[in-house]
Ligand binder design. Structure first.
Ligand SMILES: C[S@@+](CC[C@H](N)C(=O)[O-])C[C@H]1O[C@@H](n2cnc3c(N)ncnc32)[C@H](O)[C@@H]1O
Length: 143
């Protein structure tokens, strides 16, 4: 679905090995005359440890996680936004845990219906720090 839009790159994150392999196969098999992004990959990882690309981001979540897992993913995202402030967009489909997202100081809900919510990064979300950007990103990337 995302590849019908002109994204520069699409990255899926899947933590179950078999589903990861199936996703890889789906990507190999997928052909559509209306496809506008061919740069698609899937990463086998826990989304709460995923290192987000340093680029403008649209995150699509289809209610993928129970509450505790979603909190970890949002904490990971907050950490990224602390170190690499930027505007991101989150499309949260079937937003059963909207309150978890809305509880994040890093995010603000800007729209939606009962079927989805749209969040963006809160511009005032910053963490004080004197280290340079590159140092801070390096620290973020170290496990
Ligand atoms: C509701 S399905 C979403 C399916 C797919 N994204 C879609 O749009 O049709 C949730 C998926 O998230 C995966 N998942 C759950 N917890 C995860 C985590 N911590 N990191 C990465 N993937 C996770 C599950 O294995 C499952 O494949």
């Amino acid at each position: 679905m995302a590849s019908e839009y002109p994204f520069r790159r699409i990255v899926g994150v899947e933590s179950i090995a078999e589903l990861h392999r199936m996703a890889q196969q789906n990507i190999r098999d997928y052909r559509s005359p209306t496809q506008r992004c061919a740069q698609i990959e899937v990463v086998y990882a826990d989304a709460s440890e995923f290192v987000f690309p340093e680029a403008p981001l649209v995150l699509y979540l289809f209610n993928p996680l129970p509450e505790a897992g979603l909190r970890r993913v949002i904490r990971n995202l907050e950490r990224f936004l602390e170190l690499s402030p930027r505007t991101i967009w989150i499309v949260y489909h079937n937003p059963a845990m909207d309150s978890v997202m809305a509880g994040s100081r890093a995010l603000v809900r800007v729209g939606g219906t009962e079927q989805y919510s749209v969040f963006t990064s809160e511009p005032s979300f910053k963490v004080a720090g004197s280290q340079g950007f590159k140092d801070r990103i390096q620290r973020y990337r170290q496990p």
